[in-house]
Design a protein around this ligand. Structure first.
Ligand SMILES: [Zn+2]
Length: 238
């Protein structure tokens, strides 16, 4: 295939820039997959769940305490009623009955107060849990936000680098003929489409070629594209 020195150089540049584009694309894919983000996201989910659980326990404790306080109020009312009945009663049998009831009411009250004390202690411990989980969640969210901001910045940088490479590619591609471009496209993915002959070695497949083959390649006219007999790459000899 005919190719001027300028076209041959442009083909070499095209192959080099395509390698860089492939590298830049891989880098961008890495940024977008970002394993660090997954870890931060998992941490945030765990913290959120912990906070949810702690708040659920807080709600349960609050209703238990409320129920208990209602029971206590009822007992207090009954005690007050019994005491006033005791003051006005003159029947010894009634008095004994009321006194018995008062003893059991006082015992019930003591039990309720003890249970309430235990619930209040649990509520205090739970408040600390809620605060701790809320702090952990805030921290995890901040970490995730920071990672996202960093990834976003890296992605923007990688994309602008890629855009620059694509511009260069366009420039090199505009310098080669349609026929050369077609051959280039056919070779992409199979081998490095264009390379230099480095001594006896093909720069595309890195295979050492025989002396006779190299002589043949080197005798190719300057305005012709030589090909590697091993990998079919276009070989530039200057
Ligand atoms: Zn080769």
């Amino acid at each position: 295939m005919k190719a001027t020195a300028v076209e041959q150089q442009a083909l070499l540049d095209l192959a080099a820039v395509d390698l860089e584009i492939a590298r830049a694309n891989r880098r961008l894919a890495e940024i977008e997959q970002a394993t660090a983000r997954d870890a931060a996201q998992a941490k945030l989910s765990a913290a959120s769940e912990q906070l949810l659980t702690a708040r659920h326990i807080a709600d349960e404790l609050a209703s238990e305490i409320e129920r208990l306080e209602q029971d206590l109020a009822l007992v207090d009312t009954r005690i007050a009623q019994d005491k006033s009945r005791l003051e006005t009663s003159s029947n010894p049998r009634d008095i004994t009955g009321i006194q018995h009831e008062l003893v059991s009411l006082e015992k019930r009250k003591a039990n309720l107060e003890e249970a309430e004390l235990e619930l209040l202690e649990r509520r205090e411990a739970n408040s600390a849990d809620v605060a701790e989980a809320a702090t952990a969640r805030t921290t995890a969210q901040a970490e995730l936000d920071q990672i996202d901001a960093e990834l976003e910045a890296s992605a923007v940088k990688a994309k602008s680098g890629l855009a620059l490479l694509m511009q260069q590619r366009e420039k090199f591609a505009s310098l080669v003929t349609a026929e050369q471009q077609e051959l280039y496209n056919k070779l992409v993915g199979k081998t490095l489409p264009v390379a230099r002959l480095e001594g006896f070695t093909c720069g595309a497949c890195n295979l050492a070629l025989s002396g006779a083959t190299v002589d043949e390649i080197r005798s190719t006219p300057r305005d012709e594209l030589a090909r590697c007999p091993e990998c079919a790459a276009m070989l530039v000899t200057f």
